[in-house]
Design a protein around this ligand. Structure first.
Ligand code: GDP
Ligand code: IMO
Ligand code: MG
Length: 424
């Protein structure tokens, strides 16, 4: 059955690890939104690989890896990633990118920085040009991956946009971009990608009709969704379930189940509300222990305890069927584990999340604690062999969000995963 694997928090939940673990059971893995703002960590033998654009299924030799039309593509980054994997001996022949995926151009990256400087709310973007590229899509002036194959068309479109944005960035004292600075590199990338560029909508639909198993790989997380996240501190795409359809051209019937990924605690990179955030020595302890430094930008991630109010919301708006709980091992050795059970807003207790910043500024987390466990869980592969306290923590989460925890990750390795059989 087809499966969507998506982040339920603010990104970096461990999607790369989870998708790499699951990919072998699928014929196709497809990214449907975001761009190279994503950083999905996968271990390939002893090599730690951070994938920004390529689907995390790329290491499974029998699985096709697809970048759907909803992903914004920097072709130079894509070529770099393909070359890196080839140098590690990974077969990248079964990789496909949509000819209708919008392109990220050099001025998008400049605009990302200029817009950030001139904002009332600084977002702390990854500065990869993601937002400005999606703006051009919504503005109906985007260039697409397919344009890389037609130099005259590419130039005609790019020149107009270049001029348009040069006036803007120059007004902010930044230097403009000239098409000659990047035309050759983009055409070369187009040549390199050539036979991998295709109509992925038809390709995916044919495979779907043939009964092939498809795994949808989310980037970012539900709370970074442009419509359902903590706006304006969000990314510019839809990591939530609707993004699957707009970002692939597959019909709703193609979606079988949804597994949501959540860390056993919480992190966030960049600005924006984070009710369960920790500060001081406790935060430093958790950040160091969890290795919470951005896979894309290297920024220290903000850390906090698991927020069940926010998690319940992410489960609700996506119709998540089961959870993949990651980084349980990071909580080893704690006497007790705090978690956010509810919020107090204007003197009233609530469990109903509202992503608006006005609500979250007023929300005081109500923190409860549950006994922790001693010893390490990283070598455990059966749920029943986990310490009772760890089992209780997992069951408590499951009850709070009203869906089963199907997988528990106890380390970054592919095999460090506990799978539970679900009763149907
Ligand atoms: P993604 O963006 O959701 O794919 O997550 P990232 O790769 O940005 O960040 C997750 C980090 O946690 C990576 O360094 C993973 O290797 C690591 N990781 C994933 N699952 C586990 C786990 O269960 N335990 C530990 N200790 N590390 C994990
Ligand atoms: P993965 O797929 C965590 C955050 C940025 C910033 C906001 C907007 O690895 O989970 P953008 O560059 O997208 O305009 O930045 O979104 N952000 C992420 N945070 N994980 C990610 O991806 C992210 N991609 C974007 O830090 O706050
Ligand atoms: Mg990441």
């Amino acid at each position: 059955m087809n499966l969507l694997v998506m982040g339920l928090q603010w990104g970096d939940e461990g999607k790369g690890k989870a998708i790499d673990y699951l990919a072998g059971n699928f014929d196709v893995v497809v990214r449907y939104q975001g761009g190279h703002n994503a950083g999905h960590t996968v271990y390939y033998g002893d090599h730690k690989v951070v994938l920004h654009l390529l689907p995390s299924g790329i290491f499974s030799p029998h699985t096709a890896s697809v970048i759907g039309n909803g992903v914004v593509v920097n072709p130079l980054q894509l070529v770099e990633e393909l070359l890196h994997l080839q140098s590690l001996g990974v077969d990248t022949g079964n990789f496909w990118v949509s000819h209708r995926a919008p392109l990220i151009l050099p001025f998008h990256q400049k605009l990302d920085i200029v817009f950030e400087q001139s904002r009332y709310h600084k977002i702390g973007t990854t500065r990869r040009g993601i937002g400005p590229a999606y703006e051009d899509l919504a503005g109906r002036r985007a260039l697409f991956v397919g344009d890389l194959l037609d130099p005259r068309r590419f130039r005609r479109k790019a020149v107009i946009l270049n001029e348009y944005y040069n006036r803007l960035v120059q007004a902010y004292g930044a230097e403009g971009t000239q098409i000659e600075e990047y035309m050759d590199a983009y055409m070369e990338a187009g040549g390199f990608l050539g036979s991998h560029i295709t109509d992925t909508t038809w390709m995916l639909n044919r495979r779907f009709r043939e009964g092939q198993a498809i795994l949808f790989e989310g980037a970012q997380g539900a709370l970074l969704d442009i419509h359902h996240g903590t706006y304006p501190f969000v990314t510019s795409s839809n990591p939530t379930v609707g993004g699957v359809f707009t970002g692939t051209g597959l019909p709703v019937q193609s979606l079988g189940r949804i597994t949501g990924i959540a860390k056993a605690y919480a992190t966030r990179v960049g600005e924006g509300p984070f009710p369960s955030e920790l500060e001081g020595p406790q935060a430093e302890w958790l950040r160091d222990r969890g290795g919470e430094f951005g896979a894309t930008t290297g920024r220290p991630r903000r850390v906090g305890w698991l927020d069940l109010v926010a998690l319940r919301y992410a489960v609700m708006i996506n119709g998540v069927d089961s959870l993949f709980l990651t980084k349980l091992d990071i909580l080893d050795g704690l006497t007790s584990i705090p978690f956010v059970e509810a919020y107090r807003v204007n003197g009233r207790e609530t469990r109903d999340f509202d992503p608006s910043i006005e609500f979250l500024e007023e929300a005081e987390p109500i923190v409860r604690e549950i006994p922790g466990w001693q010893g390490s869980v990283s070598e455990i592969r059966l749920f029943e062999e986990l310490p009772m306290e760890a089992q209780h923590y997992i069951e408590m989460i499951s009850e709070a969000v009203d869906i089963p925890v199907e997988f528990v990750s106890v380390g970054s390795g592919r095999d460090q995963t506990i799978k539970r059989e679900l009763k149907s």
